[in-house]
Design a protein around this ligand. Structure first.
Ligand code: C5P
Length: 231
């Protein structure tokens, strides 16, 4: 099975504030995005790597994210206006011989080899797989006036993370169909679910956090310190 990892890292990082794009922020001296890519390559499961970055940032990403850490990315391509467009751009650049596509957020540096392997194995068997954790807050659906409309039971609700993995043929079809129907989602799996394909849920870990806000950055530094034995 040939595995292509698509890493969307073309977001604006606006929720982090600050002038430096999030991709280049350093966690204990190493750029956040380099850490994510190193975790993927260290798993030994990835045959091809396609990195999606903001348009125009390709040379800087090669120079600061890839080259200093010896990371070999097959392609570095410009992303789109939303996450789905960025993953679509990565998919268009994925080698034709890919059997499985693994999508993993550039902003999740703590992914483990075990999670990657579980997601790929489940996708190979079922068609698709999503790493997720049970929600710990109660979720509300509200309308545009701020009035609560629905409180779904917490049991059975999961927060989707990445990695998400899919059989390549299925994932390409899902993107084509979403494009044709004008369907947009912040989640890769949602595109495949609407084809009626069962997607396997892989229980993940809260450590696999997406570094989005300054608080996440502080948490990420603390996780690294703990992993290094510094408490
Ligand atoms: O916006 P969100 O937090 O869901 O972003 C998850 C990942 O998708 C991040 O790694 C971000 O860089 C990426 N993204 C992208 N292109 C966009 C928006 C987000 O590659 N237009």
């Amino acid at each position: 099975m040939r595995v292509t990892a698509i890493v969307p890292a073309a977001g604006s990082g606006s929720r982090m504030g600050g002038a430096e794009p999030k991709q280049y922020l350093r966690l204990a001296g190493v750029p956040l995005l380099s850490r994510t890519l190193l975790a993927l390559t260290a798993s030994g499961c990835v045959d091809h790597l396609v990195l999606v970055v903001p348009a125009g940032q390709e040379p800087r990403c090669r120079a600061e994210i890839l080259v200093p850490y010896g990371i070999a990315a097959e392609r570095v391509v410009p992303g789109g206006a939303d996450r789905q467009a960025s993953v679509g751009a990565g998919l268009a650049a994925a080698p034709a011989d890919s059997d499985l596509i693994l999508v993993h957020d550039g902003a999740r540096p703590f992914v483990t080899g075990a999670l990657i392997r579980q997601a790929l194995a489940a996708a190979a068997e079922a068609g698709g797989a999503v790493v997720a954790v049970p929600v710990t807050d109660t979720i509300k659906r509200a309308d545009e006036t701020g009035t609560i409309r629905e409180t779904p039971a917490r049991a059975g609700l999961w927060a989707a993370q990445t990695p998400q993995a899919f059989q390549a043929r299925l994932f390409r079809e899902a993107h084509q169909r979403a494009q044709a129907d004008g369907f947009r989602s912040t989640d890769d799996s949602a595109l495949v679910e609407r084809l009626g394909c069962p997607i396997r849920l892989v229980p993940g870990s809260r450590d696999n956090l997406k570094v989005t806000t300054v608080l996440d950055l502080i948490l990420a530094e603390a996780l690294l310190r703990a992993a290094a034995g510094g408490g």
